[in-house]
Design a protein around this ligand. Structure first.
Ligand code: HEC
Length: 169
């Protein structure tokens, strides 16, 4: 019993208002300390913003599948599964992105998609910290596949695929 009381007192003592705790100014510079040396250090394993452009890897099914996986992870909330720009975040009020299926973006260079992910674009923030360069190329390849699929005609399908389509109500 005594112990429980002591414990609850100790726990209550922890309920200090954090505003009154001593804390460091995150912007303060401390000459001897490498963590606060200027310019800010990037922790290892994260992508630098001012990075060199990387070359597109060869186009393979594995690359597109990787791109689909990463696209669903990072881009669907705004751009939607179809890439039409009606993602859930947009339905909740975020600025709507353009559809990937407009002429300008269908005619855009694949590197443009890469650059948008690296640098951000207008209201869209950069994904450089979250999506490493090989995955950016993978996502760009998947956007190309999305664009193609929106424009696909029945004659692009194999006879077997057409049969499936015909049997779907
Ligand atoms: C939080 C919402 C959001 C997310 C997540 C997001 N975008 Fe965007 N994106 C936007 C908005 C908003 C625009 C339009 C920006 C503008 O024109 O100001 C845009 C524009 C674009 C454009 C068109 C640029 C142009 O030339 O008009 C591309 C390509 C693009 N995004 C790719 C991506 C990719 C790839 C991902 C995932 C890695 C992604 N976006 C994730 C919101 C988002």
């Amino acid at each position: 019993m005594k112990r429980a009381l002591l414990l609850s007192l100790l726990v209550l003592a922890g309920c200090d208002d954090m505003n009154h705790q001593a804390k460091r100014n995150p912007y303060e510079r401390n000459a001897g300390d490498p963590r606060t040396a200027d310019p800010a250090q990037t922790p290892s394993g994260t992508v630098q913003f001012a990075e060199k452009p990387t070359k597109a890897p060869p186009l393979t099914l594995a690359l597109i599948e990787r791109g689909q996986n990463r696209y669903q992870q990072f881009c669907v909330p705004c751009h939607s599964e179809l890439g039409d720009g009606h993602g859930m975040v947009v339905q909740r009020g975020f600025s709507p992105p353009p559809s990937y299926h407009i002429d300008r973006l269908r005619e855009a260079n694949t590197a443009h998609f890469y650059d948008v992910m690296t640098n951000g674009y207008g209201a869209m923030y950069s994904f450089a910290q979250r999506v490493p360069p090989p995955d950016r190329w993978a996502i760009a390849a998947y956007i190309r596949a999305l664009q193609l699929s929106e424009q696909a005609k029945e004659t692009d399908l194999t006879p077997a695929q057409r049969a499936v389509l015909a049997s779907t109500p």
